[in-house]
Write a protein that binds this ligand. Structure first.
Ligand code: NAD
Length: 505
């Protein structure tokens, strides 16, 4: 563990503010510890950034932006390509650090870094495809075009559960769009952020852009608030809970800035009577239990047709009872720890509420008696209208309910405040199309015969309603990081006005 941290440049105490590869000296004695959720022991500490340091970071980011926006986009893409190469070289170490710091099993830790590499590749391609339009003017000898320009320094606020990839979804695209990036990671996963930043900032620096990538790890009340209120940051991209996003969205809107919000989900899978049940079983188990239930796309509700429900639940319970729970670094482990003790308490509180509301725990429900923050993945027999089923609890709790009519199941899918991911397992073309239709699932992601989690970066990612409406990755995601300009050029000798208006002087 010490060797891994040392290889990634992590010390016992690490600076919390960075301009390129230059750390700013600690502003005070305020520290945050990053704990290993598998053992509960501290891995390292970070000196919290101050408001004053944020000011230095914003100024450096602004200066970098002034120059960076003048670099041709394909050349910006080349810098991002080189960052992708650095991630490739360090994928094993970075993936292990993700596993160490947030407790997801190693194949998921490595998969997360792979996702960042994929984002770099996607962004490189985009760097030659930041297309505008040409329109036909109603006026003779006029040409109308639309073009896209860089936006400015972009604030990227990330959640703990994807401590590497959420930044990459934003930063790789923002950089090819011509923006500089200020990263404020979660205080629950600061070491992955520092290691990622220390690997990639030198690439920008080697091209003469030390302020292109900056990092600021500070308290929400001090640094986070100052960031979201700062009019020099035209876009705030924030990933996290609905509570956080509702606040950030309102503050940024208050200064007429733009926000890109990727918030909580409450994702359901519908299983019809004609479904391939083996496929459904695997899709639900991965969706509900993968990352110990700590993905925004985790399957939290399953709606089973009454003809197959009891038998299917028996099989699902049997799968749950054999799940290998333990050290996420060990090959074969499928369930690692929750992020911290608070998450364990939230798991217990949600189960108590579920039982009080009439739910029945079919399997799980226990906190493991061992160091770290381990709980047993749990299935609760529930009704669709239990209030707890409408909340996101960031833990492996699956609420199972039974339906007769597909229309009811689709209505239940849609009745929660969140709208991120959804899926149906069915072999009926009609049921699949009903689910995907305009009066089907209301979520940003709707899948057939695949679970709710594990999206590919080629598709736009995000959700509706309380999930915040943002989209990242996917074909035209670069537009969020650029400003749109309509240009009309008159190459004639007259000055006709649009809509036939005359103004003769
Ligand atoms: P969180 O809301 O506690 O924190 C997210 C980030 O917001 C952190 O960096 C935090 O420091 C920051 N923050 C909080 N208050 C702030 C403020 N006032 N000003 C500025 N920044 C502030 O979320 P979390 O526990 O880290 O992550 C879990 C949540 O994230 C879940 O709800 C999950 O569904 C969601 N999530 C969503 C997506 C998505 O793409 N939709 C992806 C990953 C996680």
């Amino acid at each position: 563990m010490k060797d891994l941290l040392a290889r990634l440049g992590i010390d016992d105490v690490n600076p919390g503010a960075w301009i390129g590869s230059r750390p700013l000296p600690p502003a005070s004695d305020a520290r945050v510890a990053s704990d290993d959720p598998t053992t509960g022991r501290p891995l390292a500490q970070v000196a919290l950034a101050s408001r004053d340091q944020l000011e230095q970071v914003v100024q450096a980011s602004q200066q970098a932006f002034e120059k960076w926006r003048q670099v041709p986009a394909p050349k910006r893409g080349e810098v991002v390509r080189q960052m992708g190469e650095v991630l490739r070289q360090h994928k094993q170490d970075l993936g292990r650090l993700v596993t160490l710091e947030v407790g997801k099993v190693l194949s998921e830790g490595l998969g997360e870094v792979q996702e960042s590499i994929d984002m770099a590749d996607l962004a490189v391609g985009m760097s030659r495809q930041l297309f505008g339009l040409s329109m036909h003017s109603e006026r003779a000898s006029h040409r109308m075009t639309e073009q896209w320009h860089p936006l400015g320094p972009v604030a990227v606020i990330t959640a703990f559960n994807f401590p590497n990839a959420v930044w990459a979804w934003n930063a790789m695209v923002a950089m090819v769009a011509g923006d500089s990036v200020i990263w404020k990671p979660s205080l629950k996963a600061p070491l992955t952020a520092i290691a990622t930043h220390r690997l990639l900032a030198p690439v920008a620096e080697a091209h003469g852009f030390p302020g292109l990538l900056t990092l600021v790890i500070g308290a929400d009340a001090e640094v986070g608030e100052a960031m979201i209120r700062d009019p020099r940051l035209p876009l705030v991209s924030a990933t996290g809970s609905v509570r956080m996003g509702r606040h950030v969205g309102q503050v940024v809107a208050g200064r007429l800035g733009r926000s890109l919000l990727e918030l909580g989900g409450n994702n359901a899978i519908i299983v019809t009577a004609d479904a391939d049940l083996e496929l459904a079983l695997r899709g639900i188990a991965f969706g509900a239990v993968g990352t110990a239930g700590q993905r925004c796309t985790t399957t939290r509700r399953v709606m089973l047709h009454e003809d197959i429900a009891e038998d299917f639940l028996r099989r699902l319970v049997a799968v749950y009872e054999q799940l290998p729970i333990g050290d996420p670094m060990e090959p074969g482990t499928l369930v690692g720890p929750l992020i911290d003790r608070l998450a364990v308490e939230q798991y217990q509180a949600a189960l108590a509420a579920a039982v009080a509301q009439g739910g029945e725990i079919l399997t799980g429900g226990q906190v493991l008696d061992r160091p770290g923050s381990f709980v047993r993945p749990t299935i609760v027999r529930a009704r669709h209208d239990m209030p707890v089923c409408h909340e996101e609890t960031f833990a492996p709790i699956l609420y199972a309910m039974t339906f007769r009519d597909l229309d009811d199941a689709i209505r239940w899918n849609n009745e929660v405040p969140q709208g991120l991911s959804s899926a149906i397992f069915t072999d009926s073309l009609r049921s699949a199309e009903r689910f995907l239709s305009a009066h089907g699932s209301d979520c940003g992601i709707a899948n057939v015969n695949i679970g709710t989690s594990g999206a590919e970066i080629g598709g736009a990612f995000g959700g509706e309603k309380d999930t915040g409406g943002g989209r990242e990755a996917g074909s035209d995601s670069w537009k969020a990081y650029m400003r749109r300009q309509t240009c009309t050029l008159n190459w004639g000798t007259d000055l006709p006005l649009a809509q036939g208006v005359t103004f003769d002087i």
